[in-house]
Structure formats: structure tokens, C-alpha cells
Design a protein around this ligand. Structure first.
Ligand code: ADP
Ligand code: ADP
Length: 230
């Protein structure tokens, strides 16, 4: 069963804008899916609906795997993590404190969270910066912290909304590289919103192309990796 299934999901805003028209999409475990398309084609709207931050005007969003297991995620959520374009770190907390936050909100003490926080920081190569503050880090490092924060809860679905858009080209390329290697190693399920054809081809094994006015899916294609994957 797919992890998440969208069936003819439409979104019409109060002002009449059809942000999304009959989008259908099944995401399977381990897929790295890019939502690719120009500004205004409904990528963010789709991601927000998947995350439960917004509701569809019509159509359905279901979690077949969860339904099959017969119980929702323990905390009532769907074990989703969201990485936004801005790293949105708490400036008064250390890197450790920022990555600990989602666990802390679930009531996990600092001591109990320690191994998971350090493991998440190791994934993004920042284990030596646990005691640093966000202001001491570069833009790329802050983005890595926000990725570590998204991963620390071991989400079943990782949503990324143009996460590297605000970074310079070199940093962006490095992060793309790291993200790809991490994904190959850990096999998360990722939905990655981008308007960069390069990024979508480089990172994904599936590209969903969208068009605007109204926002809709115009193509859904598998991408062959340019090099062997284990
Ligand atoms: P993308 O992420 O692909 O740039 P969005 O999902 O942000 O596209 O937006 C899709 C369309 O819906 C755009 O035309 C946008 O202006 C419109 N839109 C987004 N949010 C709202 C809203 N809250 N109210 C009205 N229109 C909106
Ligand atoms: P709903 O509650 O109907 O699901 P959302 O929560 O998805 O709507 O709305 C998303 C946010 O986008 C709102 O907080 C709104 O303030 C903001 N917004 C309003 N107009 C636009 C627009 N044209 N483009 C993008 N965002 C908008």
C-alpha cells in the first residue's frame, strides 16, 4: 500500500483561485519524489495539504499503510517532518537545543534525547557544533541543522519545500549531494518541492511535473538514476 494517497484533490481559495485541480498521487515507501513546476502551480498548496496544514476543498487524502496497521501514529500525527525554505531556528537555543525541540515537544528529556540528537547531527556532519548558536553558523549549516531537526523524529514522510532556494549555488550543490547520499543510505520517503529541473533530475527517482492556472499535474515520470544505486 502507498504511504499516502491523494485522490482528485482540489483546492479553491476563498477568492476563487483554483490552486489545485484534481491532483491524484500515490507515494510509496522509499520514493524520492520531486514536485516540479513554475511559481504558482500549487506545489506548496499540495505539500501543505499533505502535511495537514491546510485542507482540500474536495477529493481525499488517505494514509493506507496506517489504516492497514489499524492505528494512527502514536502522537496522533502521521509522523511527518517539514523542512521549510527558511531554516527557522530558535536563536536563543544551541544547535543541540534546536534539534532536540521536536522530541522535547513530545516530552523526551534532554538526557533521553541525546543519542538521537547526536545521530541526527552526525547525519548532516554537524556533530562538532552541538554547542554552537545559530548566529555562529553559515546559511548552509543552518539549513543542515533544520534538516537534522526534521530527521530526529525519524519521520515516515519528509516534506521539503524548496529547502535550498535561499542558499548560494555552491552551498546548494553541496547540500543536494549530501541529501542524495543520505537518502541512498537511509531510504526515507521524501517529497521535495522545487522549480529547479536540475535539482529534480539530480535528486529524485520520480518527478511529478505541475502546471499553473489551474494548478495541476501534467506529468508523472520515473527517473533513472544516472549511476548505479545499491
Ligand atoms: P507554488 O508553491 O507552486 O508557487 P502555491 O501553492 O503557493 O504555488 O499557489 C498556487 C496558487 O494559489 C497561486 O496562484 C497562489 O497565488 C494561490 N494561493 C496560494 N495560497 C492562497 C491563499 N491562501 N489564498 C488565495 N490564493 C492562494
Ligand atoms: P485554508 O485555511 O483555507 O486551508 P490555508 O491555511 O492554506 O487556507 O492558507 C494559507 C495561508 O496563505 C493563509 O494563512 C493566508 O494568509 C496566506 N495567503 C493568503 N493569500 C495568499 C496568496 N495569494 N498567496 C499565498 N498565500 C496567501
Amino acid at each position: 500500500a502507498p504511504i499516502i494517497s491523494l485522490k482528485k484533490v482540489s483546492k479553491v481559495f476563498a477568492n476563487g483561485t483554483v490552486a489545485l485541480k484534481e491532483m491524484s498521487l500515490d507515494i510509496k515507501r522509499g520514493e524520492f519524489v520531486s514536485l516540479l513546476g513554475p511559481s504558482g502551480c500549487g506545489k506548496s498548496t499540495a505539500l501543505r495539504i499533505i502535511a495537514g496544514l491546510s485542507t482540500a476543498s474536495s477529493g481525499s487524502v488517505t494514509w493506507p499503510e496506517e489504516a492497514r496497521r489499524g492505528k494512527p501514529a502514536e502522537d496522533g500525527g502521521h509522523e511527518i517532518s517539514f523542512v521549510f525554505q527558511e531554516p527557522t531556528l530558535m536563536p536563543w537555543a544551541t544547535v543541540f537545543g534546536n534539534v532536540w525541540l521536536p522530541l522535547r515537544l513530545k516530552g523526551v528529556s534532554k538526557r533521553a534525547a541525546r543519542d538521537d540528537v547526536i545521530a541526527a547531527l552526525e547525519m548532516v556532519g554537524l556533530e562538532d557544533f552541538a554547542d554552537s548558536y545559530p548566529r555562529e553558523l553559515s546559511g548552509g549549516m543552518k539549513m543542515r541543522v533544520s534538516i537534522a531537526r526534521a530527521l530526529v523524529t525519524k519521520p515516515r514522510l519528509l516534506l521539503m519545500d524548496e529547502p535550498f532556494a535561499a542558499l548560494d549555488e555552491i552551498t546548494r550543490f553541496k547540500l543536494n549531494n549530501d541529501l542524495l547520499h543520505l537518502w541512498e543510505k537511509f531510504g526515507w520517503t521524501v517529497i521535495f518541492v522545487t522549480h529547479s529541473v536540475f535539482e529534480s533530475v539530480y535528486l529524485s527517482n520520480r518527478i511529478v511535473v505541475m502546471a499553473a492556472r489551474p494548478g495541476r499535474v501534467v506529468e508523472d515520470m520515473a527517473v533513472d538514476a544516472p549511476y548505479p544505486r545499491e
